[in-house]
Design a protein around this ligand. Structure first.
Ligand SMILES: Cc1cc2nc3c(=O)[nH]c(=O)nc-3n(C[C@H](O)[C@H](O)[C@H](O)COP(=O)(O)O)c2cc1C
Length: 168
């Protein structure tokens, strides 16, 4: 595979609905000693506080959350359809229980010290700007809580500056 090149965000021609919602992404965080990754299909990209940002929604139970909170950085990688099986695995098993990165066969690389999964054509490196709890008292749509939070495992919404866009 080609090396990643840093590109300008305004050069990208991607559809966020497909890229995130349909094709899924891997949220990866940690350091050179230990990293963890998880599959995510909720989130977005946009503009906030004068910066290009990514929005990700991470439930409190996720092991990956501990790495994001410790480092204040994470990456988003976008593997192609051929890695669907690996993404299902990384989105089902917790790194708390197994060395799932090794078992899945995907590879960790580092961009400016931020870990990412190398199987994919694009990586966004991100710096956390805010972490907001998704709270029951804020919903205007009353179906949300029963549909998505019956388990009590709520999301945190992270808004993160996109510090680098890398494409092959
Ligand atoms: C397609 C798919 C999408 C997912 N999207 C999210 C998400 O947006 N947010 C989230 O907290 N978990 C999401 N998950 C669940 C996590 O990936 C899963 O719980 C994972 O095992 C967490 O791993 P960890 O404990 O090692 O961090 C998704 C799982 C799949 C299969």
């Amino acid at each position: 595979m080609h090396m990643f090149q840093k590109v300008d965000a305004d050069q990208l021609e991607v559809n966020p609905f497909n890229m995130i919602g349909k094709d899924w992404m891997l949220v990866t965080a940690g350091n050179e000693e230990k990293a963890n990754t998880m599959t995510a299909s909720w989130g977005g990209v946009g503009v906030m506080w004068g910066k290009n940002v990514a929005f990700v929604f991470i439930r409190d139970s996720r092991f990956t959350k501990e790495f994001i909170d410790r480092e204040g950085t994470f990456s988003l990688s976008f593997p192609s359809e051929e890695y669907r099986k690996e993404m299902k695995f990384l989105g089902t098993v917790s790194g708390r229980d197994e060395d799932k990165i090794k078992e899945s066969g995907v590879h960790v690389g580092y961009m400016d010290g931020i870990p990412y999964i190398d199987e994919g054509s694009m990586v966004l490196t991100c710096r956390v700007m805010s972490q907001t709890p998704i709270r029951k008292e804020d919903y205007l749509d009353e179906s949300i809580d029963g549909t998505w939070y019956a388990s009590g495992d709520y999301h945190k919404m992270y808004i993160a500056e996109i510090t680098g866009v890398y494409a092959r």
